[in-house]
Write a protein that binds this ligand. Sequence first.
Ligand SMILES: CC(C)(COP(=O)(O)OP(=O)(O)OC[C@H]1O[C@@H](n2cnc3c(N)ncnc32)[C@H](O)[C@@H]1OP(=O)(O)O)[C@@H](O)C(=O)NCCC(=O)NCCS
Length: 194
Amino acid sequence: MATSNSQTHPSSEACQAAARPVIRRPTLADAVQMFELINAAGSLDKNSLYLYLLLCRDFSSTCRVAQSGSRLVGVTTAYLPADQPKLVFIWQVAVAEEFRGRGIALAMLTDLVADLAASDPWFLQTTITPSNTASQKLFTALARKFRAPISSADGFHENLFGRYQHEAEVLYTVGPIAAVCEEVQPQNIEAQAL
Ligand SMILES: CC(C)(COP(=O)(O)OP(=O)(O)OC[C@H]1O[C@@H](n2cnc3c(N)ncnc32)[C@H](O)[C@@H]1OP(=O)(O)O)[C@@H](O)C(=O)NCCC(=O)NCCS
């Protein structure tokens, strides 16, 4: 976090502030960069650009992007499953390779969850392949941050992918999540300064 210091030159503070990613909801103008970032992430399933246009138009309130300058460096897509009140399903999370390990993914998820769970406890679900250690660690860190339990169960068995070979997807549930701690209130969420 950038600190205010009378010894610090104002322009260097401005540079630090400019370099810190801003976490926000996506707009239609973000769809191309979201599509490109997800495709470049390496381990994520590829979808059409049209799908990201739909997400930006119809599911913006449950998605987040991290922006550094004019560039998107993080994307989180999520939706509220029909008929499952107080549950958010996190679909894809990606951070540009050179920006990883700086708390950006955790900051995006924290912003979303703190927003949803501000008044009532919520549950979060996602599926993760057994080989994706980074994603398992990310959701474990999120559960720890909100002091919420995390559990796993069968998600999508590999047979369900038919001839389109795919690892099994394990279903993770975090919750109940209540954004009661001051440190996870939305206004206090920041990815680390870059
Ligand atoms: C998974 C991913 C989104 C994490 O993004 P990130 O911004 O680097 O993650 P953060 O810096 O917020 O780290 C959050 C937690 O996960 C841990 N973590 C992140 N990447 C890790 C890795 N490669 N190995 C081990 N732990 C890792 C961090 O240590 C941190 O835990 P801590 O608070 O206990 O230290 C990023 O690696 C990525 O884009 N991967 C490719 C796409 C993908 O697999 N997405 C997830 C499935 S949808």
